[in-house]
Design a protein around this ligand. Structure first.
Ligand SMILES: Cc1ncc(COP(=O)(O)O)c(C=O)c1O
Length: 386
């Protein structure tokens, strides 16, 4: 018997978020204002960083981070091929070059062994992506960055609240960029945050994120503000609204609780699949706290008579939504045609791509939903084993 469709992801919005938005709408201040200020302060406290700059997406945060470190046309930035479009496209905004780096087969994270080979005299930065919410090997990445004088901009779109050797993600690299997209571990609808220990970089990101005009430009319509402003740089329009921050403030209060549910569901999945030949559960490195934004299994294709695509179709027929994170960048037409990448240039990501499936993991699911996914996956694998 078929049950209702279980979506791959869904936001968790309570009455507190709704009330907070309504209160903001009634307050007369919709765009960047006091709520954004509070959201930045609360986020900085939660993560334990000095400065947090709220913006309207992680993509914007990544763009501003590269602007803050002074990326120039012709520079190179090391970007994992196993990531979303955003991580590399921001490099292209500068007419700089994203140099794609292969992943580790188990964690899907940037492979530190491949980084050094990709460094040239033009390399300015590395953008590690903490895939699924599992921290990259930051010790080795920082060591390489120090040795070659590179900046480290972390793409932590998946990694709230993640830790690496006890340190919160958001306090480790030069600048860290979080996403509050609707499916992320906390959401503001669309939104993002850049964290850093450097006041200079934080200020630059604030200025560039609001048209390159002098600091606190958002205050110009308040009693304490002034009509006068100066354009210091050609900036962008990346500010977060108070309406979005109103959601974020409430989501942040629930962040640890959300994480506990995700971790519990990940443990249920791990247990449910531990004795299933054909399914490889996510490897978790020692000394990390996984945020479990995603739960990515790998199919052991040697044991199965079906491929990943058919597996996904069969799950869909069983009313279970899944996804794939990610189609490696080098396999996309733009990167293939512009830079001449071939699948064999980044062999681990090319191979692993054929095996990965992201299963639903979110707080709006029940344990019964998790059990249903486990039971269905086990049944499909049993039926299609070699
Ligand atoms: C790894 C990664 N980086 C960046 C982004 C972009 O985030 P946003 O949609 O907030 O710009 C995403 C979004 O899914 C992502 O998965």
């Amino acid at each position: 018997m078929h049950q209702g469709f279980l979506p791959f992801a869904m936001p968790d919005i309570s009455e507190a978020e709704i009330d907070s938005v309504v209160e903001t709408l009634r307050s007369g201040w919709l765009t960047t204002g006091p709520k954004v200020g509070r959201f930045e302060a609360d986020f900085a406290k939660y993560v334990g960083c000095q400065h947090a700059v709220a913006v309207n997406s992680a993509t914007a945060a990544l763009h501003l981070a590269l602007a803050a470190i002074g990326l120039q046309e012709g520079d190179e930035v090391l970007v994992p091929t196993m990531t979303f479009a955003a991580t590399a496209e921001v490099v292209l905004y500068f007419k700089a070059r994203p140099v794609l780096v292969d992943c580790q087969p188990e964690t899907l994270n940037l492979d530190p062994d491949q980084i050094e080979k990709a460094i040239t005299a033009k390399t300015k930065a590395i953008i590690p992506v903490h895939i699924a919410g599992q921290a990259c090997d930051m010790d080795r990445i920082l060591e390489l960055a120090r040795a070659y004088d590179l900046r480290v901009i972390e793409d932590a779109a998946h990694a709230l609240p993640a830790r690496h050797r006890g340190k919160m993600i958001g306090t480790i690299g030069d600048i860290t960029c979080f996403s509050f997209y609707a499916t992320k571990t906390i959401t503001t609808g669309e939104g993002g945050m850049a964290t850093t220990e450097s006041l200079e970089w934080a200020d630059r990101m604030r200025i560039m994120g609001l048209h390159g005009i002098s600091k606190d430009a958002w205050k110009r319509y308040t009693a304490e503000g002034s009509w006068y402003y100066e354009i210091l740089y050609p900036g962008f329009k990346y500010n977060l609204t108070d309406i979005a921050a109103a959601i974020g403030l409430e989501q942040l209060k629930r962040c640890t609780h959300f994480w506990e549910i995700r971790e519990r569901y990940a443990a249920l999945y791990n247990k449910g699949f531990q004795d299933v030949p054909g399914i490889i559960t996510p490897y978790v490195a020692p000394d990390v706290r996984h945020a479990w934004h995603l739960y990515i299994i790998q199919l052991d294709l040697e044991q199965l008579r079906i491929g990943r695509n058919e597996f996904i179709s069969l799950l869909k027929q069983e009313n279970i939504g899944t996804s794939v994170h990610f189609i490696p960048l080098h396999l996309h037409p733009y990167y293939r045609d512009t830079f001449g990448y071939r699948p064999e240039d980044l062999p681990t990501a090319s191979a692993v791509f054929e095996r990965i499936v992201s299963l639903p993991i979110y707080t709006q699911m029940t344990e019964t939903d998790v059990e249903r996914v486990i039971e269905t996956v086990r049944r499909l694998v049993r039926r299609h084993r070699r």
